[in-house]
Design a protein around this ligand. Structure first.
Ligand code: ACO
Length: 325
């Protein structure tokens, strides 16, 4: 039976110029390069210039994704931008991107699901396309987590970086089976009981300050491996596929050990897993589209291949999307 599918027709990423290495961090807090590499796989991260806002990063990534798709802002009907670090409390950061890319019709708004934000945003845009409401969508994950870190807390400040990634979706007719090109299915979950394990201790309605990220690292780690493995299995089962059918997995880049633990649980070989956490650290909602843009850009991910995207973040929220390129 024919149905509308959202095809990924363009990808783009942007990282701020400034690179902060583990050794530089070791001059600010009591840590060292080998501890960070051994526990997380992170070697360096990019940090936005004080003059750069989340929207600036998002605009650069969006422009690259549009160029990659051969489209302009006027060709886009919808922008869904995932961020937990918006420029302002309101309006949505997506509206600044809309103005910057010269899009004067359609709609632009933000979604907030922290590190799972891109999977949430992709799901929202995919549903708009499948419902026939829009033909093209720009989905962006963009963050400046450097602005919400407690730079005196060594347990958290070493883990995160800034960046943005974007994809362009276009409606195409498919047959409805797992051989279609485009997004085959998306799967979202949240469990608000775990709010305290990973949160920011500020906000407009609580403290009227921006606040700082707080995390129970071990607990987050434990939940991440279990939840991510479960949602990947759910996505595969929904499409009558198994892990051996996957060409690539593009996981949220939080920690090399979480990525390896999840792959082990699924029986997935690591040479099919895209990894950028060593150079990007955890860029929250930007991590999946940034890693995806790298792997498409360098030719690892090819047309027709089956790719699984997955992420987990504060809330807790988690999700997966299965895509045939
Ligand atoms: N450098 C040196 N020592 C450190 C550092 C640091 N940067 N940070 C913590 N330590 C110390 C701790 O103080 C502790 O010392 P103690 O034994 O004297 O008390 C020791 O290292 C061990 O600390 P743990 O927190 O138990 O270390 P663990 O092996 O759990 O690793 C880590 C910590 C890396 C945070 C890990 O728990 C983790 O990756 N959790 C997942 C968190 C995550 O990725 N969150 C991102 C958002 S959610 C998501 O995206 C999935």
């Amino acid at each position: 039976m024919s149905m509308l599918r959202s095809r990924i027709v363009g990808v783009g990423g942007y990282l701020p110029e400034r690179i902060l290495t583990n050794s530089e961090l070791a001059q600010q807090v009591d840590t060292n390069d080998s501890w960070i590499i051994e526990r997380t796989g992170i070697r360096e991260r990019h940090i936005a210039d004080p003059s750069e806002r989340t929207s600036d990063l998002a605009i650069r990534a969006a422009e690259r994704a549009l160029a990659n798709a051969g489209l302009s802002g006027q060709n886009i009907d919808l922008i869904v931008l995932a961020t937990a670090t918006p420029d302002n409390t309101f309006p949505a950061t997506a509206t600044r991107v809309q103005a910057a890319i010269g899009m004067t019709h359609g709609a632009a708004f933000d979604v907030q699901a922290v590190c799972s934000g891109f999977i949430y945003a992709l799901t929202v845009a995919d549903n708009f396309i499948k419902a026939g409401q829009v033909k093209t969508a720009l989905v962006i994950g963009a963050e400046t987590f450097s602005r919400i870190l407690d730079w005196t807390d060594r347990a958290t400040c070493v883990l995160f970086g800034d960046g943005a990634g974007a994809v362009v979706l276009r409606a195409e007719e498919g047959q409805g089976g797992n051989a279609d090109n485009g997004i085959l299915s998306t799967h979202l979950h949240s469990d608000g009981r775990h709010y305290k394990l990973l949160h920011v201790d500020g906000g407009p309605s609580s403290t009227q300050t921006v606040g700082h990220l707080r995390m129970e690292g071990r607990e987050v780690f434990r939940h991440a491996v279990v939840n991510l493995a479960a949602v990947v299995q759910e996505a595969l089962a929904a499409n009558d596929l198994t892990a051996t059918d996957l060409d690539w997995v593009v996981p949220h880049q939080a920690n090399k050990r979480i990525i390896e633990g999840t792959a082990r649980k699924l029986g997935l070989s690591l040479d099919r897993v895209v990894m950028s956490v060593d150079r990007h650290a955890n860029t929250s909602a930007a991590s999946v589209p940034l890693a995806l843009a790298e792997a498409v850009g360098d030719g690892r991910i090819k047309a027709g291949q089956l790719v699984l995207l997955e992420a987990m973040g504060g809330g807790f929220t988690w999700g997966a999307a299965l895509v045939r390129f």
